[in-house]
Design a protein around this ligand. Structure first.
Ligand code: ADP
Ligand code: MG
Length: 221
């Protein structure tokens, strides 16, 4: 990491899942930081803790021990300026494509017209404006994921977290989605953290962290 305050920092993070008496240590003693505009791939086999780490970085989950903080994304209640792209289908079924993309802006208080205009601009960036009126069930997996990328961009985030965004896509669609994410992060000046178990995807990123059995074993400064 370079520069001043990181967008997010983990110190000695441990995350234990409990099911009855059983305990599963998903993250152990993880320390890492993401600086402004960094492009990072988090690699590691299935079960190594990638999703758990991304959820903590997003503020969607809390560590069992240790700390996660967002020094440059301060907000009274929770970190702001973070967008998340999930692995599987995440669009809301009753809403059309444009409404799905406009939703984050409406939740932030934008009026309908402004939200719709910005949604259309975000859809143009991912080459999906033509399908703005479709329902999610009428999209291919790759198209749906491009819409999810547009929804992540629309609010101008400073940190984009994408958890295996290409895990369910064929190679061509996967390449497009990764290119769009990297291009969007660059043009927004946002940092991007993408988890993947695909070495080809990781190869697109200048920084690569590797997870193994809940530990961050390489790459994080
Ligand atoms: P990855 O994304 O690298 O596949 P995960 O972070 O999803 O890894 O999972 C790390 C470990 O934590 C795995 O052993 C997984 O089975 C376990 N795990 C993940 N989520 C839960 C949960 N909600 N309850 C119990 N165990 C979980
Ligand atoms: Mg995962």
């Amino acid at each position: 990491m370079t520069g001043a305050s990181p967008l997010v920092r983990c110190d000695a993070v441990r995350r234990v899942y409990r099911a009855g008496a059983a305990e599963l240590v998903a993250l152990r003693d993880v320390g890492c930081a993401v600086g402004a505009r960094e492009l990072i791939a988090v690699t590691g086999p299935s079960g190594s803790g990638k999703s758990t780490l991304l959820h903590l970085l997003a503020g969607l989950d809390r560590p069992t021990a240790g700390s996660v903080c967002w020094p440059a994304l301060q907000h009274p209640l929770r970190p702001s300026g973070i967008a998340v792209v999930f692995q599987g289908p995440s669009l809301l079924a009753p809403l059309d494509v444009a409404e799905n993309v406009a939703l984050p802006l409406l939740l932030l208080g934008a009026d309908d017209r402004e939200a719709r205009e910005q949604a259309m601009r975000a859809l143009e960036r991912v080459d999906m404006a033509d399908l703005a009126g479709r329902l999610p069930e009428e999209l291919s997996g790759g198209q749906a994921q491009r819409v999810a990328v547009a929804r992540a961009l629309v609010s101008g985030p400073r940190l984009i977290l994408a958890d295996e965004p290409t895990g369910q896509l064929d190679q061509a669609s996967a390449g497009q989605v990764i290119d769009l994410l990297v291009e969007a992060a660059r043009s927004l000046g946002a940092a991007l953290v993408v988890s993947t178990h695909d070495a080809g995807v990781a190869g697109h990123f200048p920084v690569r962290w590797r997870m193994d059995h809940g530990s961050l074993v390489a790459g994080a400064a």
